[in-house]
Design a protein around this ligand. Sequence first.
Ligand code: PBG
Length: 337
Amino acid sequence: MTTFVTPRVFPAMRLRRTRADDFSRRLVREHLLSVSDLILPVFVLDGKNRREPVASMPGVERLSIDQLLMEAERWLELGIPLIDLFPYIEPAQKSLDGGEAWNPDGLIPRAVRALRERLPELGVMTDVALDPYTVHGQDGIIDDTGYVQNDITVEALVKQALVHAEAGAQIVSPSDMMDGRIGAIRQALEAAGKVNTRIMAYSAKYASRYYGPFRDAVGSAAHLGKSDKFSYQMDPANSDEALHEVAADLAEGADMVMVKPGMPYLDVLCRVKQTFRVPTFVYQVSGEYAMHMAAIEKGWLPEAVLLEALLAFKRAGADGILTYFAVRAAELLRDDR
Ligand code: PBG
């Protein structure tokens, strides 16, 4: 509980005093954004020497593994602790069950092995979900009616997570919202001797309209068409339910939990951190990035607005932030001091 002293009043109380100089503003500052808070999501594609811009995400490119290795060296130098890998899968490799997701020689396992070998100090996280790999763009295996079936999807996710862990990913991050997947993945990791593979659970992931540019980036938008993910991702109207999701994921063995999207769900982030006091992460999603970039490119907002948006997550209780601005933010933070 916050306690307040008996209020003094003007002129004894001048709240502007501590704001008068830079040194004193720094001294009383409550929250700091640091490069150690930043997680960079990256899009990987097959081939050599390939870089493909994502139209709805200015400044973001899909990278082939050789290009990824080059860039990652710079990210490590900037001090970014962790990157999160998402694949762009060629349409010919997609299937009904998304089987390419657990191919040990698939794009993501190859990218993980290359990164771990070349840059062992850089943290590598992988996304566990089937949507880039399925012909229908859903995060799981569907029945005749298009309904995503929970339990057989969990079995597929376990196989995918194991393949990522075996390739060397230090963190696996299930983004699918199936019930029970954290427990199943945790058990399988333990059985495989992967006792230190961390799980960052997308615990409170909402069925959001802010994911559009991401679906362009991984190439699932066209496959998904007009169908939606309301039968597994959370209703934007709910926040008590987010606490239930987090409690379940923690009980099942998650090391870190996440709220997603970010800025429209700061209240949820705050409640989760205040309630559980565990490592809590937030995803500033593709639509938030696109919105900010559109305004920055038009000159309607200054670029530094991105630091304010990221700081808001720290203030609300985030221990770390997944953001497509990670590299730019790291540069701005470095030049700031
Ligand atoms: C799907 C997934 C999505 C994102 C991360 N993993 C999109 C979705 O659920 O359709 C969104 C990320 C973003 O918008 O930046 N497993």
